[in-house]
Design a protein around this ligand. Structure first.
Ligand SMILES: *[C@@H]1O[C@H](CO)[C@@H](O)[C@H](O)[C@H]1NC(C)=O
Ligand SMILES: *[C@@H]1O[C@H](CO)[C@@H](O)[C@H](O)[C@H]1NC(C)=O
Ligand SMILES: *[C@@H]1O[C@H](CO)[C@@H](O)[C@H](O)[C@H]1NC(C)=O
Ligand SMILES: *[C@@H]1O[C@H](CO)[C@@H](O)[C@H](O)[C@H]1NC(C)=O
Ligand SMILES: *[C@@H]1O[C@H](CO)[C@@H](O)[C@H](O)[C@H]1NC(C)=O
Ligand SMILES: *[C@@H]1O[C@H](CO)[C@@H](O)[C@H](O)[C@H]1NC(C)=O
Length: 520
């Protein structure tokens, strides 16, 4: 990020943060001020993680490998993997205490399919069942709502090996059987279910660009990976199609078998940037609509309207499967909410030349170039620009375009290098600004029901492994106890959740500029 953009971001936000080393006070002043009470009482605030990113214990108590274990062990993260992660499988009691101490009202986590059903289908692993039962019971005992994701990039590897995972229609039946076990065993206490985390990124990363499990792609479409197997021109569309059908079938099962008794809700999650046209030319404005259709419409249009957006069907041609009439009817309306992960914005520039070749992936079909809002070329910024109007615009867009569906913001947060500092002022600024934007969107009629800061802990990140972190809590990897330490953001969030005015001075936290746990 260039210095001028830094200055621009700072001046736009009118954020003044300063330290007084003598009294160890953090003085935080912004134009906006709000408190928990400004949000509806039934709105929930929380934070989250996912199974592979925190649990570790990957071959313990009967768990088998998922496609993410395999992907990590293929060397993608230069030797790092989730074998231990935050050791959440053993430290969950301590973690739930942190969750309670922080005042979180809800906690988002995922169930490891290969821990619960190690063969992918068939017998349930009693140890896995007991772990998630204890986990959920402990959350409930502390008054914390569990929000559970069923698939967070971690299909059992055994199903990938057997029939190619999500490329096969067989995956749908196994997913529904797995969902059935979860609804049956945990649905008396879990009311909020999400079928797939970042379904769009899973399809793009896993089958087009190869940067996420199962890491499939074909040349020249791989990003940071040599494509050795896959077909980026068609597999992302095929996998996405099966995700949608599997999701719809799981929702149907829930509605027919459990809804009347359990009264819960089932949704799906997508990653969503906010897109702005790079210029106001008709070409760039149209390219921006296409970007929305390819990123969001790819999943949300079938769910709301029963089919893919016209432009997606047109540009992907026979590489995208079509829904039969029955499938279309099943997919349409098969959601109670949308989970949205949002971090940053992109400018969109028309790129018509990408349609001139027959060998096209999803990005080429989109015929648009995404340009990072901070002007940088880094795919993974060391820090996101703080542009909360993106979230506000996105929530307005979902309201207008998709009939104001219930929304949970499942992930939002600031990334930083993971170097041991607890003074994550940039994260506090980010969270303060985005929660403020959310409040503005709610006041403007958005049907958003909850907000989950990503992430509770510094964990094993999909992009970046252990080099970066979004955590409210730092996990010291040099300490064999993997001790958790609250960052300033944990104190700030707790302060907000306790009902305090978040523009106020945060009292002594015993944190100073020199508060480092260790340096890496
Ligand atoms: C890809 O393959 C090339 C040539 O074999 C090699 O130089 C490069 O390091 C590989 N890149 C990755 C990310 O594996
Ligand atoms: C496009 O037009 C809008 C509204 O007039 C304006 O706010 C925006 O700055 C313009 N964008 C560019 C890139 O010129
Ligand atoms: C850690 O990173 C933050 C920003 O991400 C930076 O301000 C700080 O100086 C770094 N500290 C160390 C010890 O490298
Ligand atoms: C409020 O919503 C309306 C209609 O959805 C939209 O046109 C307007 O820009 C929004 N205002 C703000 C401040 O977000
Ligand atoms: C919030 O705190 C600031 C600074 O202490 C104060 O000026 C402001 O009046 C407070 N607002 C509310 C709503 O309590
Ligand atoms: C800060 O540290 C001092 C000395 O270690 C301790 O007495 C005090 O209770 C701490 N304050 C807080 C708010 O933790």
């Amino acid at each position: 990020m260039s210095i001028s953009v830094h200055l621009l971001v700072l001046s736009l936000l009118l954020v003044i943060g300063s330290y007084d080393d003598d009294v160890q006070f953090f003085v935080y002043g912004v134009v906006d001020e709000y408190r928990r009470d400004d949000f509806p009482a039934e709105f929930v605030f929380g934070s989250g993680t996912s199974a592979y990113q925190v649990e570790g214990a990957v071959l313990e108590d009967g768990r088998s490998f998922s496609i993410w274990d395999t992907f990590a062990h293929s060397g993608y993260y230069n030797g790092a993997n989730g074998d231990v992660a935050c050791d959440g499988y053993h430290k969950y009691k301590e973690d739930i205490q942190l969750i309670a101490d922080t005042g979180l009202e809800a906690y988002r986590f995922s169930i490891s399919w290969s821990r619960l059903i190690p063969n992918g289908r068939g017998p349930v692993n009693v140890m896995g069942l007991q772990f998630y039962n204890d986990f959920i019971n402990r959350l409930i005992a502390n008054g914390i709502q569990p929000h559970v994701t069923l698939h967070h990039d971690d299909l059992p590897q055994i199903l990938e090996d057997e029939y190619g995972g999500w490329l096969s229609r067989k995956s749908m039946k196994d997913f529904v059987a797995y969902a059935d076990v979860c609804f049956r065993e945990f649905g008396d206490r879990v009311l909020h279910w999400t079928s797939f985390n970042e379904a769009n990124v899973f399809a793009l990363g896993g089958y087009d660009m190869g940067f996420s499990p199962p890491g499939r792609c074909s040349s020249p479409f791989g990003v940071f990976i040599n494509c050795s197997r896959g077909d980026s021109t068609s597999e992302p569309y095929l996998a996405a199609h099966h995700l949608l059908l599997a999701h719809a079938s799981a929702v149907r099962l829930y509605r027919e078998k459990y809804k009347a008794m359990q009264h819960g809700f089932v949704g799906i999650n997508v990653l969503s940037y906010w897109f702005e046209p790079y210029t106001n030319t008709t070409e760039d404005v149209k390219a921006t609509e296409r970007a929305n259709d390819f990123y969001l419409g790819w999943f949300l249009n079938p769910l709301v309207n029963g089919d893919y957006p016209e432009i997606v069907k047109k540009n992907a041609g026979n590489r995208i499967p079509s829904f039969t009439k029955i499938e279309s009817e099943r997919v349409k309306g098969s959601f109670d909410f949308f989970g949205i992960n949002h971090y940053n914005n992109f400018y969109v520039k028309d790129n018509p030349s990408s349609l001139e070749t027959d060998i096209r992936d999803v990005n080429a079909d989109m015929a648009a170039t995404l340009i990072s809002a901070d002007g940088g070329s880094e795919p993974l910024p060391t820090q996101f620009p703080v542009t909360p109007s993106g979230l506000q615009n996105l929530l307005n867009y979902l309201k207008e375009e998709y009939g104001n569906p219930p929304i949970y913001i499942h992930e939002n947060g600031q990334v930083q290098a993971r170097n041991g500092t607890l003074m994550d002022t940039a994260r506090v600024e980010y969270l303060h600004a985005y929660i403020g934007a959310l409040l503005d969107a709610l006041r403007n009629g958005s049907n958003t029901r909850g907000y989950f800061a990503w992430s509770l802990l510094d964990l094993f990140e999909l992009l970046g492994g252990y080099n970066i972190g979004y955590g409210l809590y730092y996990v010291d990897l040099d300490d064999k106890e993997l001790t958790r330490y609250p960052k300033l953001s944990a104190h700030w969030y707790a302060n907000f959740l306790k009902g305090h005015n978040v523009t106020a001075i945060i009292p002594s936290l015993n944190l100073t500029k020199d508060s480092f746990v260790s340096s890496h």
